[in-house]
Ligand binder design. Structure first.
Ligand code: C2E
Ligand code: CA
Ligand code: CA
Length: 563
């Protein structure tokens, strides 16, 4: 136990504790005297008094000071032989030192205790806080204890409204009633419960059972908690409905997967899921753990994105988009690839969605657009004139200088804006529609073409179609892939094409893999096709070879004439 912990652990000490401490310090002092052959022992005999007073407070300090002085002072005068002051005066000195040091020790103790309290207590409810629970879990992890444990995190979703209506102490009142009701059912389970207020609207219970029987069966445990949560709470004579959502994590040891504060984080994640999916209760299970591992793998990799861009581990591949009426290459879509020196190929699905949640997408898009524009310039020099499409995320569109940056780049490379297309997904629109729309309008005004990607999978709204300055609708692969087998997909694709044409928007079908798909799409007058049938995404050299071999015109393999 550290000195600080010992200082804070209790106010009162047993006589035995004090006795042992005094004896040890005395022995230590005598050893010092004899080892160093110190003749002037008078001052050294202050050591036990100071130490004892510091650890046990002013009363014991005073008492011990007087005791030492009374017992040793007359003796010490003779031992030192230096004609020390009268022992009465020295006794007074010992007592004063004991009193003062004891007092200072107490002040320090109170200060440390206050600091510790602030660190581990939630001021508004007076309950131990999140830090206290983390400390507890870390302590248990270190002792490798096993048993039956559960962390239950409860969020009061309507806390804000309740506070506005009934005052701020309503949360405290709900938490306390919850705690009391849980304590009752815990008693029946023969378990222990600890309550923590981990956030202004969240409370956590730590259930613990040390015997071989588990906490109640999963269902019974959940039912008991739910029935408490569903009942009304009483506050200042009013019945209150707290809109509670519960996240539960049960575990039986503090192994690596449950180390430290991890169990709390799992329960918090469960409650987040409950809120997002509007469920009353979510139990964190193995599938969540697996997802977590995947996510943390993706998070690991995020830190390497900048390095990957600088080290040229990231590069672009290009997939042709074919004008279905003429077979000519209309444009190419630039798709990012990451060849990691240790992990190998990292698919965009593993890092793009994560990067889109952070500012990292800005670096990626900057890199992609710069590379794409440079590539276009190089192709033009070798006589290949195609447009290039890049994928752009919501975050990019929300940056006020994004459009100017792109236009300046094109200007710098002496390329007309018409040679660039941007692809935005439907989900980009729901973030901040007005700002995204402003960004798109500026692209449109600058004559850069816009495609609405993955159309039909997200939150398609005809309102968007009416207001967006789009040139292309990109029909999602999920519809195209099923064209051969699914009648509904056929009808949907046809309807999208007709709808787009009726508002002067062209259509692109992505994921065209078979000649049957190609023919059907051509038949329903889809304008552009993109997919493995025509070409997989190709490196720049492979694209040049493909383009030269085909003379820039794609011919379907079994070119059956479609009427
Ligand atoms: P997306 O924009 O919908 O890109 C189309 C994806 O479909 C590409 O996957 C492409 O390789 C794949 N694909 C094309 N034709 C076929 C086909 O016939 N069959 C099948 N099964 N797949 C086909 P990829 O390259 O893995 O990209 C996945 C997603 O990652 C992209 O979906 C896009 O959302 C994102 N992404 C890729 N590159 C970038 C980028 O540079 N910036 C941003 N923001 N996102 C990117
Ligand atoms: Ca795309
Ligand atoms: Ca797509």
């Amino acid at each position: 136990m550290s000195v600080k912990k010992y200082l804070l652990s209790r106010d009162r000490r047993t006589a035995m504790e004090v006795g042992i401490f005094v004896a040890v310090t005395q022995v230590f002092t005598f050893l010092l005297v004899f080892y160093f052959r110190i003749s002037e022992v008078t001052y050294l005999s202050f050591i036990p008094v100071i130490c004892t007073a510091f650890f046990f407070g002013e009363m014991i300090g005073l008492f011990f000071g007087i005791a030492v002085a009374t017992c040793f002072s007359p003796l010490l005068i003779d031992l030192s032989g230096h004609g020390s002051p009268a022992w009465v005066i020295r006794a007074f000195g010992y007592a004063t030192v004991g009193l003062v040091v004891g007092y200072l020790g107490n002040v320090l103790r109170h200060y440390l205790r206050f600091k510790e309290n602030v660190r581990v207590t939630d001021i508004s409810t007076g309950l131990p806080n999140r830090q206290a629970l983390c400390d507890k879990l870390t302590e248990l992890s270190a002792s490798q204890i096993s048993g039956h444990f559960a962390i239950v995190v409860i969020i009061i979703s309507n806390r804000k409204i309740l506070s506005e209506t009934f005052g701020n102490d309503v949360t405290k009142s709900i938490f306390n009633q919850f705690k009391d009701k849980c304590a009752e059912f815990t008693k029946k389970m023969n378990a222990e419960i600890e309550t923590y207020s981990i956030n202004s609207d969240q409370i956590a219970f730590f259930f613990r059972k040390n015997d071989e029987n588990d906490l109640e069966s999963k269902e019974k445990f959940e039912d008991s908690l739910m029935s408490i949560a569903k009942k009304n709470f009483l506050h200042n004579g009013f019945f209150i409905h707290a809109d509670s959502r519960l996240g539960i994590y049960r575990f039986s040891d503090f192994s690596e997967a449950n180390f430290g504060e991890l169990p709390l984080r799992y329960a918090e994640e469960a409650v987040d899921i409950a809120v997002k999916q509007m469920k009353d209760l979510v139990v964190y299970g193995p599938s969540n753990l697996a997802q977590n591992a995947k996510r943390s793998k993706a998070s690991d990799i995020l830190g390497e994105i900048d390095l990957a861009i600088r080290s040229r581990w990231m590069f672009l591949v290009y997939q042709p988009k074919i004008n279905m009426a003429t077979g000519k290459v209309n444009s190419v879509e630039a798709l990012i690839r990451w060849n990691h020196p240790v992990r190998g190929f990292v698919p965009p699905g593993l890092f793009i969605p994560q990067a889109e949640q952070s500012t990292l997408i800005e670096n990626i898009t900057d890199f992609v657009i710069r590379q794409a524009v440079l590539q276009l310039k190089l192709w033009q020099r070798s006589g290949i004139y195609v447009n290039i499409a890049v994928n752009v995320s919501t975050y990019n569109l929300l940056q006020p200088n994004f459009v100017n940056k792109v236009l300046n780049l094109l200007k710098e490379k002496d390329l007309p804006p018409e040679c660039l297309e941007i692809e935005v997904t439907e989900s980009a629109l729901i973030a901040d529609f007005q700002h995204v729309l402003d960004g798109l309008n500026r692209f449109h005004d600058a004559k850069i073409k816009i495609a609405l990607d993955d159309f039909g999978t997200g939150y398609s709204s005809f309102q968007y179609l009416q207001r967006l300055p789009i040139d292309y609708l990109k029909i999602d692969q999920s519809f195209v892939r099923n064209l051969g087998t699914n009648r509904e997909s056929k009808e949907i694709v046809k309807a999208i094409v007709d709808l787009a044409h009726s508002i002067d928007v062209k259509t692109i079908a992505e994921g065209v893999e078979t000649i049957t798909d190609y023919e059907y799409l051509n038949n329903v007058k889809c304008d552009i096709g993109q997919g493995y049938l025509m070409a997989k995404p190709l490196t720049s050299n492979a694209f040049v070879s493909w383009y030269s071999e085909n003379n820039g015109v794609y011919t379907p393999p079994l070119a059956t004439k479609v009427s």
